[in-house]
Unconditional design. Structure first.
Lengths: 109, 114
């Protein structure tokens, strides 16, 4: 199974700033997904990028994927206090989704 | 809202007891996965059910078992509870067991074992 490793473990920014989180993995994938989790709640799917895609956008989210470096990044532009949450990447091969420990993002008003 | 519900929301048990957690998937989703999430950690995969059969298991002992029913509901059963079983338990459903597509998570059941 595949596990993503998120970096940094924690990130604190001011509202309006951009937040960038990175994910690294070890083996080949079919797709990579990013999820958000508000404190103590279920995970919410943010975006899925397939292995043949390099960049994908969804609203204020931009995800990149570099399969040669086995890494992905999630950029949240113009952050808001409501973006405060933990963010997880989940690289997916032919096996089940395995989550890392996540990046805890704190956005201060 | 993901359309996935879980019950109960919170539960307190004592060591050695048994517990059953329930999940109701989105209509049409034939695959359900269960995860255990300890405080400060990412969700750990317990197992997955596809069309009512277990279809993959993580590194959890046999006292963790599950069932999936034709009406898109499922159960996670844990026997002989241990203190370390205290965690948030999440179920997630999707409509395929192939290369993992988007999973839709429920809000979780928080279990405390005393």
């Amino acid at each position: 199974s595949q596990q993503g490793e998120e970096d940094p473990q924690a990130l604190s920014i001011q509202e309006g700033e951009n937040a960038t989180m990175n994910c690294s993995y070890k083996t080949s994938i079919n797709n990579l997904q990013w999820y958000r989790q508000n404190s103590g709640r279920g995970l919410v799917h943010l975006i899925l990028i397939r292995s043949n895609e390099r960049e994908k956008h969804s609203g204020r989210l931009r995800v990149t994927l570099d399969t040669s470096k086995k890494s992905s990044s999630l950029l949240i532009t113009a952050s808001r206090a409501a973006d405060t949450a933990s963010y997880f990447c989940a690289p997916s091969g032919t096996d089940k989704l395995i989550f890392g420990t996540g990046t805890r993002l704190q956005v201060f008003p | 809202e993901t359309g996935v519900t879980q019950s109960p929301t919170h539960l307190i048990k004592t060591r050695g007891q048994q517990v059953t957690l329930r999940c109701s998937s989105q209509s049409g989703h034939n695959t359900v996965s269960w995860y255990q999430q300890a405080l400060g950690q990412g969700p750990q995969f317990i197992f997955q059910y596809y069309r009512e059969e277990e279809n993959g298991r993580g590194n959890f002992p046999p006292r963790f078992s599950g069932l999936q029913f034709p009406n898109y509901s499922s159960e996670l059963n844990v026997n002989a509870l241990e203190l370390d079983d205290s965690a948030l338990y999440l179920c997630a459903s999707t409509w395929t067991s192939g290369p993992q597509e988007t999973q839709y998570f429920g809000p979780g059941t928080r279990l405390l074992v005393l």
